[in-house]
Design a protein around this ligand. Structure first.
Ligand code: VGL
Ligand code: ZN
Length: 211
């Protein structure tokens, strides 16, 4: 049962570049639009996230010599960065939220990955594991206590956002059939293992009941 006072829906990265025809199209990504729209209509509190990269971003294969999309590089601080096709360039059509998402009452759009040298799959904590986006503080100050996650991609931005929401102390539920994954090198299985370890639970659309 949804509690419209204290539940918040986070629609992750429903952006043109992640849908068919985009440079980083998530397989069957378009299938999440209808369920996300159904969810949005059930919640009073809706937040959107928007992947928002500058040119030459560290997560782009094109920013690294002799690298292809889906290769990895070691960063100066020792972290591994997976590399992607150029996507979600700040101000581009591809970075826009998909026009078919009907969320006029969304109250916050949180952008992430906007620092040239730092990626952020998560809507809460950037890829260095330390830099906060401010979203946890926003939710706390507004007394929003339970986080429901849908959008793209299950094994990257949606999953990592759910994990960090749980780590930040929010009860967190992923609506599995309102997400789709990229699934590289076992990332889909790992996402569910990691979500489970973090205390994230998941449900299906059929389990969701209006408040
Ligand atoms: C995403 C890879 C790179 C996502 C964003 O939205 O899941 N994946 N940037
Ligand atoms: Zn990205």
């Amino acid at each position: 049962m949804i509690d419209p006072r204290t539940d918040v829906l986070i629609v992750v990265d429903l952006q043109n570049d992640f849908l068919p025809g985009g440079p980083l199209a998530v397989p069957a990504g378009e299938a999440v639009v209808a369920p996300c729209n159904q969810l949005v209509a059930l919640f009073d509190h809706v937040i959107l996230t928007q992947d928002w990269h500058p040119r030459d971003h560290v997560s782009f294969a094109s920013s690294h010599r002799d690298k292809k999309p889906f290769d990895a590089v070691m960063l100066p601080d020792g972290r591994t960065q997976l590399l992607w096709p150029d996507h979600c360039l700040q101000g581009s059509k591809g970075a826009e939220i998909v026009a078919s998402l009907e969320a006029p009452h969304a109250e916050l759009i949180i952008r992430k990955g906007y620092r040239i040298g730092l990626d952020s799959y998560s809507a809460f904590v950037e890829a260095d594991g330390q830099t906060q986006t401010g979203l946890a503080g926003y939710l706390r100050e507004r007394n929003l206590r339970r986080v429901i996650v849908c959008g793209l991609a299950t094994d990257f931005c949606a999953g990592w956002s759910a994990i960090d929401a749980a780590r930040a102390g929010f009860e967190t539920i992923l609506v599995a059939d309102a997400t789709r994954g990229i699934d590289i090198d076992g990332s889909m299985a790992r996402a569910f293992t990691d979500m489970s370890a973090a205390g994230v639970t998941w449900v299906e659309m059929a389990d969701i009941k209006a408040g």
